[in-house]
Design a protein around this ligand. Structure first.
Ligand code: NDP
Length: 286
């Protein structure tokens, strides 16, 4: 056997269902190759009834961590030993990190979004409107509040979820949160600095889906963000570009989440361009 070759890679991966439309595996493995990290990332489709077995298997095989996505982000919590601060507040985990014998749950959804946003604008003191109150919206709202947003308006169809998120922000942070029920065309207030689509509207294959929003009220001074990574050029993003707004698509959030996850697992700072260029190649759309 040749010296300096280790045939046993670190194993990381993802448990989700569905899993096939998620390009995370490509960008993370590209980063491992670029940084000469002897690790693999396995994209696994896991039925809810097998989540416990999947986690047991990961522990038995010595995985060093994994992502979990829909529908496991809340269900995974009872199997973990500790939660990071924002995961505890959000009530959901999308990144599990092994520290010795302990499995720690973190949430990088909001952290990835925040890191991407901070490259364009500091959310501190800003008036923000978020469409949606699901997992992504919850994570983003919590991180923006912890980062010092002045006001967050949650716009959602389901009143219960919307109000629950508003209560969470108001009880745990200094940000003032308000709920608006999404009925008919939503009129974004002119004083809004940042508008975020955190719903699943526009996600492949429903690429023609549009937000029920009065688009004429978007102003070029506003930052428009969309969480949808596939395709990145959603109707919301292209409309905002036509209005001259600064935009942030779902790819920036995805890349920054990947960077944070690899930092947790490998303690390596990934070069963002390697993940961006791999996604550009596989998604062929940006
Ligand atoms: P959830 O199922 O938890 O939440 C979905 C949200 O979308 C709910 O608020 C729901 O409203 C709303 N919604 C769905 N369809 C409509 C519609 N037709 N009109 C109005 N509202 C609608 O999903 P997640 O929050 O976990 O994920 C949302 C999106 O975020 C996904 O598309 C996912 O791909 C993306 N995402 C992107 C990431 C990235 O890194 N770029 C990371 C994580 C997620 P209601 O409550 O009223 O049903």
């Amino acid at each position: 056997m040749q010296d300096n070759i280790d045939f046993l890679p670190f194993i990381t991966g993802s448990f989700a269902k569905p899993a096939s439309e998620n390009p995370t595996v490509m960008m993370i493995e590209a980063a491992y190759r670029y940084h000469n990290i002897n690790a693999r990332y396995l994209n696994c489709e896991v039925e809810p009834k097998y989540l416990a077995d999947a986690i047991k298997g990961a522990k038995a095989m010595g995985w060093i961590g994994f992502n979990c996505s829909i529908p496991h982000k809340i269900a995974v919590v009872p199997y973990l030993d500790e939660l990071g601060d924002s995961a505890r507040l959000i009530g959901a985990v999308n990144t599990v990190v092994r520290r010795g014998d302990l499995w720690i749950g973190e949430n990088t959804d909001g952290k990835g979004f925040l890191k991407a946003l901070e490259m364009v604008e500091d959310p501190k003191g800003k008036h923000i409107t978020i469409f949606g109150a699901g997992g992504a919206a919850r994570a983003i709202a919590v991180e923006l509040a912890l980062a010092g947003a002045h006001t967050i308006i949650i716009v959602n169809r389901d009143k219960y979820k919307g109000n629950e998120l508003v209560d969470l922000i108001n009880s745990n942070t200094k940000t003032k949160a308000l709920f608006n029920c999404w009925e008919g065309k939503y009129k974004v207030e002119l004083s809004t600095n940042i508008v975020i689509n955190a719903t699943s509207i526009g996600l492949f294959p429903n690429v023609d889906q549009k937000l029920n929003v009065e688009f004429d009220l978007l102003r070029k001074e506003m930052i428009i963000a969309d969480v949808i990574p596939n395709p990145p050029n959603t109707h919301f993003i292209t409309t905002a570009l036509e209005k001259g707004c600064r935009v942030l698509n779902g790819i920036s959030m995805l890349v920054n989440q990947g960077i944070i996850a690899v930092k947790y697992w490998m303690d390596v700072d990934v070069e963002p361009f390697i993940m961006h260029s791999e996604l550009a190649k596989v998604l062929k759309t940006y």
